[in-house]
Design a protein around this ligand. Sequence first.
Ligand SMILES: O=C1C[C@@](O)(C(=O)O)C[C@@H](O)[C@@H]1O
Length: 258
Amino acid sequence: MTSTPKPLEFCGRRLGGNGRALVCTPLVGRSTRALLAELASILPQSPDLIEWRADFFDAIADQRQVLAAASQLRQLAGSVPLIFTRRASHEGGEPLAMDEDSVVELYAAICASGDVDFVDYELSQSEHHRRRVRAVSQAHGVALIVSCHDFDRTPASVDMLETLARAEREGADIAKLAVMPRDPSDVLRLLEATLQAHTALQIPVITMSMGAMGALSRTCGWQYGSSVTFGVGHRVSAPGQIPVGVLRSTMAALGAAG
Ligand SMILES: O=C1C[C@@](O)(C(=O)O)C[C@@H](O)[C@@H]1O
């Protein structure tokens, strides 16, 4: 058994698989201008991936503006892969005045645009919506991250493993789980569930224990098989995120320990 994180495979590319976690930096700008400025300030930190948290975008209900912003982000990001995420408010995202049918149609348009490499959609959504997102992402060669967030607690270990396994059964290319610790042993349980899922599943897993207590998992989760860690470039998108440079140097120190 090895805990080397699995690489991400998308659009004929392969990212990671070199023993460390890939570093993903979120963008949380409310306007296209703010997003582009944020991206420009983040790129010199050489993130491996960029996540556009589109639930922060004021014009998210205007498909035309979302597609125009995605196209500009794509151009500026160059070859750095982009993840498109509308995080639902019941999983810690910004509240939106949009129904889920419209959100899913936005996912269809963004997948068809060719401007993003990954989309992230929640396991908690209805089967009908999840199937549609799976179908449109597959049709356009966009990799699907199926995610689950619990901002209140760390579920039982068997349930965390089952959540990641269910994401795989339901067609995810990558399974993601973010949970909140209430005591330090919760962080250890998340890491253990990560190792079990990494071993049991075919697809890559991404996990994190959130908040200050869980920050440890963001630096060493890769040693338990988590393929990606989220680091702050400009502003955090979830509690406990660490600056990209600190993440990188901590991972390097852990990796170099002899
Ligand atoms: O799912 C995740 C993970 C995350 O919640 C974190 O805790 O780093 C940050 C989100 O932006 C991302 O979509």
